[in-house]
Design a protein around this ligand. Structure first.
Ligand code: URA
Length: 193
């Protein structure tokens, strides 16, 4: 059992995460992909796992889904300097398959410690895997998207993954509805600070 509390800051956490071999995914990918954005950001977005472009570039959400995500964030007036982006698993699953339950479980301590050290004000889960990991194992994204709860005292919600939007344009409207609520939450938070 890894003692995550030994990592007192993000630098030491990232350095250890880069060396992780806790599951088989590291063997099949080029590099460990941890985050992009501002670690001091109020808004944390959590996706599923790196795809091929992310594995190449070492940053999450830099491929087509990431480009769409950046457009959504701009439309929702969430400034890039206030956003931090990561994934449930930090190593690319082969062929972009979903991470398996044991892989997600092995990687979870990294994400949990990341959230503790970032201490965001709001977490947005992108897709079912992130929602099931951080909100409830029973979460169903179609049913539960747009609902709000708490993760260790932090406001948290889930919406469809941007890659799902690329496959099914009908999901654009519900995602935009969810991001309008996120935008309003964000603006209210700034006003109340
Ligand atoms: N999909 C994800 O869930 N994360 C990425 O980083 C890229 C695509």
């Amino acid at each position: 059992m890894l003692d995550m509390l030994q990592y007192k800051d993000l630098d030491s956490l990232y350095a250890a995460n880069l060396e992780c071999r806790a599951c088989g995914l590291r063997q099949g990918c080029k590099q460990v992909v941890i985050s992009r954005g501002n670690p001091a950001g109020r808004v944390m977005l959590v996706g599923e796992g790196p795809g091929s472009q992310e594995d190449e570039q070492g940053k999450p959400f830099v491929g087509p889904a990431g480009q769409l995500l950046d457009k959504i964030l701009a439309a929702a007036e969430l400034p890039p300097e206030d956003v931090y982006i990561t994934n449930v698993v930090k190593c690319r699953p082969p062929g972009n398959r979903l991470p398996k339950a044991d892989e997600t479980r092995s990687c979870l301590p990294w994400l949990e410690r990341q959230i503790e050290l970032i201490a965001p004000r709001l977490i947005v889960c992108l897709g079912a895997l992130a929602g099931q990991t951080l909100i409830s194992p029973d979460l169903r994204i179609t049913r539960d998207r747009g609902t709000w709860s708490k993760y260790r005292g932090i406001d948290i919600t889930a919406t469809f993954h941007p890659a799902a939007l690329l496959r099914d344009p009908n999901l654009k409207r519900p995602v935009w509805e969810d991001f309008k609520v996120i935008r309003d939450f964000y603006k209210r938070m700034l006003r109340e600070e």
